[in-house]
Design a binder for this molecule. Structure first.
Ligand code: BG6
Length: 489
């Protein structure tokens, strides 16, 4: 067997994402013995830094979180010894040639596989890809590139980006990451649905009344205003993270678990979605607020955000899928920053039981008796099903209680971070959890007309206080489709 080497070059090594997520994920994979024996990590950025300084920087964010095995510190040292730094400009062919020289030196003539992780702003993706693919791609093994969103800001710019990248890379070499697809509960969605008889037969308009995808954060843009103001919450969260979950939720059964089969189904369902209408969308922006003697800033107080910005930090939307399975079922999405809590969940509300014998016990509000399946993606992962139950005793009092699968109790071992799974998949060439270019096109087609209209008409966002439950408009939108947001009780 020919010995091969793996190098992972993190371009944008001094950025936040690299420090907080990518290096720690690589260490976790190393710790778990998931990486090939012969592997090295290169940090690439403009700042000049020695290998030692990079190691020092990385070591601050590595943790022995997996378990407290005694050898963790040793493993950390071993890992750091495999990390190197190369300082270079993002559009300099010479600097990438120099990287290539360093890589070759370490590869020592073995078959080399090279993975580049672009943790950089999108306006320099193409420059880096050009230089890396022409000057630093592997001559003997594979070369793959992981790109982080944003992949454009609408259909045109995304199409343009795809065309430019494809001048230098094949679709097979591009790994478009959406880290929500690497989250444990999102991966489990298909398992839950396709391998449990009690769910798949109910997965349609016949039994499901509505589906809710909810993302909320209890902090604002905190220093990321410069990036955020260009994109807004619809592009930051809805068009990718929530829509990806929706596609997985609503797709037809794939032919197999093969990446192409799954992505084919996702594309089909994305194409069956009706482009969003302005009247089915509510946008909001957080305003300053003081509570308990503490004051919280407004979005426009962020120094990197213009004072008159109307960029939404909150949005709610109703999406419809025009196919036989989902005709008429509202899929409601809600995403916001600076809300009262941090949470991501999928809520499935079922229809009423026809001719419910126990109707009387629920008073006039039959909604209180509907079953609801909740997948809590984070924090504190859980799956629970709200069912009606008799309260023990001589009378006949009914109660809605939960069948509850709390991950912390059932699976006490640590859940891997999304980036660990995705990095490992990229190393192994598994494309199932990465976004194919036609998927990306379909996702943009759904949102682009709405984004254009919001911008052309300069729709002012509804203001909501920092730390609140968001704009009341979101309730009206839900009520229009006879829905109550499940997260509000
Ligand atoms: C990113 C967004 O993709 O996801 C951020 O750009 C957001 O605005 C983040 O905070 C949320 O990720 P997580 O994994 O912390 O829920």
């Amino acid at each position: 067997k020919v010995q091969s080497t793996l190098s992972i070059t993190v371009v944008g090594a001094s950025g936040d994402l690299a420090k907080k997520k990518i290096f720690p994920a690589l260490f976790a994979l190393y710790y778990e013995d998931c990486l090939p024996e012969d592997f090295i990590v290169f940090g690439y950025a403009r700042t000049s830094m020695t290998d030692e300084q990079l190691r020092n920087m990385i070591s601050k964010t590595l943790t022995c979180r997996i378990d407290k095995r005694a050898n963790c510190e040793d493993k950390m040292d071993e890992f750091l010894k495999r990390c190197f730094y190369h300082s270079g400009q993002y559009s300099s062919e010479e600097d990438f040639s120099e990287l290539d020289r360093k890589l070759k030196e370490k590869e020592d003539g073995k078959v080399s596989n090279r993975l580049f992780y672009l943790s950089i702003p999108p306006n320099i993706f193409v420059d880096v890809v050009k230089c890396a693919s022409q000057r630093a791609s592997s001559g003997s093994g594979w070369t793959r590139v992981i790109v982080e969103k944003p992949f454009g800001r609408d259909s045109d710019s995304s199409g343009e980006l795809t065309r430019s990248l494809k001048q230098y890379l094949t679709e097979d070499q591009i790994f478009r990451i959406d880290h929500y697809l690497g989250k444990e509960l999102v991966e489990n969605l298909s398992v839950l649905r396709f391998s449990n008889l009690v769910f798949e037969p109910l997965w349609s308009r016949s039994y499901i009344r509505n589906v809710q995808l909810i993302f909320s954060e209890d902090f604002g843009t905190e220093g990321r205003g410069g990036y955020f103001d260009n994109y807004g919450i619809i592009r930051d969260i809805m068009q990718n993270h929530l829509l990806q979950i929706l596609a997985l939720f609503a797709m037809e059964t794939p032919v197999s678990l093969d990446a192409e089969d799954i992505r084919n189904e996702k594309v089909k369902v994305l194409k069956s979605m009706r482009p969003l209408q302005l009247e089915d969308v509510v946008v909001g922006q957080y305003k300053g607020h003081s509570k308990g003697g503490k004051s919280y800033p407004a979005y426009i107080d962020d120094p990197t955000v213009p004072n008159d910005s109307i960029t939404p930090t909150f949005a709610a939307a109703a999406i419809f899928i025009d196919n036989a399975r989902w005709d008429g079922v509202p899929f409601l999405m809600k995403a916001g920053k600076a809300l009262h809590t941090r949470r991501a969940e999928i809520r499935v509300q079922f229809r009423h039981v026809p001719g419910n014998l126990y109707k009387r016990n629920f008073g006039t509000d039959l909604d209180k008796a509907t079953n609801e399946l909740v997948l809590r993606v984070q924090p504190n992962e859980a799956i629970y099903l709200k069912i009606n139950n008799k309260v023990p005793g001589l009378g006949m009092r009914l109660d809605r209680s939960d069948l509850n699968l709390l991950y912390r109790s059932r699976y006490p071992s640590e859940i891997p971070d999304a980036y660990e799974r995705l990095l490992l998949d990229a190393v192994e060439g598994e494309r199932r959890l990465f976004i194919r270019s036609d998927e990306l096109d379909a996702a943009w087609s759904l949102f682009t007309p709405l984004l254009n209209e919001l911008e052309e008409k300069k729709i002012a966002p509804e203001l909501y206080p920092y730390g609140s439950r968001g704009p009341v408009g979101a309730h009206y939108l839900a009520a229009k489709y006879n829905v109550r947001w499940g997260d509000l009780g």
